[in-house]
Ligand binder design. Structure first.
Ligand code: UD1
Ligand code: MG
Length: 473
């Protein structure tokens, strides 16, 4: 497996640098019956991005003139997810009569087109851009009608088999279901990634038939109809793994995770137990980060130098400064400053900002709140919709009562405040700076700076309450 990360950058990356025209078609109309899912197969995700997004990203370096996405099964849903991608045109295939039928839908759309058509299966998500570049380059230099990627697999079941001579000249592709027993012994498989000379393909497409075991129009049948068809065997078969069921999806996820982790390990990140951790494509790390077992990074994460994350931690779409330590905690859409200590068992919910040198301890939940520098929320607290100043000590069990049953309200806590254990701050409420709150208080009114506030029932003592004569039995 290639060690480079594929950048999932926007598809439109400037003017085409290729001298001859290149169009890309991604086949994404199939249902993906073998997935047994309500979601179309190409929208299934690995490492946080859908299969079709990955396929699009894998060819964006080629700067094609136009992308076509062949959609059919749940076309609207697929379109909705990808509608903002520039240069992407959706082509409807209705009904879905096979991969050849899918490409036939381009006959009208690409009228007069004279360049190459790169066809990518929407369910082959691990392709490296350099492999596609090599395919296009070799196709252009060999002048073949079609050149496609092949792979020798130890377990070729399910894949079309490639019958070719030793020079790479192809006679035919025969689908797994249509192979004879002896043909099935051939382990050279079709990867589903083709570069066609469009002018030659357009003459062949109408001649494809559906006389096969599935009764579908196969794109693979086109290969035998060209004067010259070539294949290029990929160096790493993992790159062209197709996803037809959830077992193959898990295998691809594992391959991608290894690839991402190797990439970051080479750049100074330690994974104590890589197999138990997952990363997203958009995750970025500084140097000397230590990732403990059972730790997961999702979405867009930026983890600063020297952070220690985990064990047992989930970080989603969040930015952590340098030397942050997070232990058994969950952080969503939040921003954490340098030297902050989080956990064990803290939950930072979206829109939380914790400034440098803070401590967020055990069983603390923070939501949509800003915590100033050097503040401590060490135990058993909930802060929601709160603005907390610097050098604040939030006592154990302090709660912001931010919800009145209908609306959320704001709590403001000034610099240097100290809340006693089990304080309830009923929002909206403002505490000035250097306020001290007595333990067990329920506070409903604003408190001026430098005051002590206590809001609890007075302690009452009745002596001699225990009467040995009455209470004994
Ligand atoms: C296909 C190839 C097979 C190859 C394998 C590589 C054919 C006939 N077979 O088999 O030789 O080894 O990929 O992974 O091409 N699709 C449409 N419209 C349709 C049917 C499918 O757009 O009517 C799309 C699917 O959404 C999918 C892609 O084409 O993204 C491939 O279809 P799939 O059914 O997975 O083909 P395979 O059986 O994997
Ligand atoms: Mg497939």
């Amino acid at each position: 497996m290639g060690e480079g990360r594929i950048e999932l950058k926007p598809v439109d990356s400037g003017p085409s640098t290729n001298f001859s025209m290149l169009a890309v078609a991604i086949l994404a109309a199939g249902k993906g019956t073998r997935m047994n899912s309500a979601l179309p197969k190409v929208l299934q995700k690995i490492a946080g991005n859908s299969l079709v997004e990955r396929v699009l990203a894998s060819c964006s370096d080629l700067k094609p003139d136009q992308y076509f996405l062949i959609v059919g099964h749940q076309a609207e849903l697929v379109r909705e997810k990808l509608v903002n991608i520039p240069k992407l045109e959706f082509v409807l295939q209705e009904p879905q009569n096979g991969t050849g039928h899918a490409v036939q839908q381009l006959i009208g759309v690409l009228k007069g087109f004279e360049g190459e058509l790169l066809v990518l299966n929407g369910d082959v998500p691990l392709l490296q851009p350099k492999t596609i570049q090599k395919l296009v380059d070799e196709h252009r230099s060999s002048q073949a009608g079609v050149t496609f990627l092949s792979a020798r697999l130890s377990e070729p079941k399910g894949y079309g088999r490639v019958f070719a001579d030793s020079q790479g000249k192809v006679e035919a592709i025969i689908e797994d279901r249509d192979c004879t027993d002896s043909q099935l012994l051939n382990n050279l498989t079709n990867a589903g990634i083709y570069c066609f000379n469009w002018k030659k393909l357009i003459k062949i497409l109408p001649r494809l038939s559906n006389k096969n075991q599935q009764g579908e129009i196969y794109l693979t049948d086109a290969v035998a109809m060209f004067d010259k068809a070539m294949h290029i065997e990929v160096d790493d078969p993992n790159e062209v793994s197709g996803i037809n069921d959830r077992i193959q999806m898990a295998q691809c996820e594992a391959l991608l995770q290894r690839q991402l982790q190797n990439y970051w390990m080479k750049r100074g990140v330690t994974f104590i137990d890589p197999k138990s951790c997952t990363l997203s494509q958009e995750c970025n790390f500084g140097s000397d980060v230590i990732v403990q077992p059972q730790t997961h990074f999702q979405g867009n994460c930026l983890i600063g130098d020297g952070c220690h994350i985990g064990p047992g931690t989930l970080i989603n779409n969040s930015k952590l400064g340098n030397n942050v330590k997070v232990l058994y905690s969950v952080i969503h859409n939040s921003k954490i400053g340098n030297e902050v200590l989080i956990g064990p068992f803290a939950h930072l919910r979206p829109e939380s900002k914790v400034a440098k040198n803070c401590k967020v301890g055990n069983f603390v939940e923070i939501k949509k709140s800003t915590i100033g520098e050097n503040s401590k929320i060490n135990h058993l607290s909930y802060l929601g919709d709160a603005e907390v100043g610097c050098d604040v000590n939030i006592g154990a069990g302090t709660i912001t009562a931010n919800f009145d049953g209908e609306r959320k309200h704001q709590t403001t806590i000034g610099n240097g405040c100290k809340t006693g254990a089990n304080s309830v701050l009923v929002a909206p409420i403002i505490l000035g700076s250097n306020v001290t709150i007595g333990a067990g208080s329920t506070l409903t009114k604003n408190i001026p700076s430098n005051s002590l506030a206590i809001g609890r029932a007075r302690q009452f003592i009745k002596e001699e309450w225990f009467d040995p004569d009455r209470d004994q039995n």
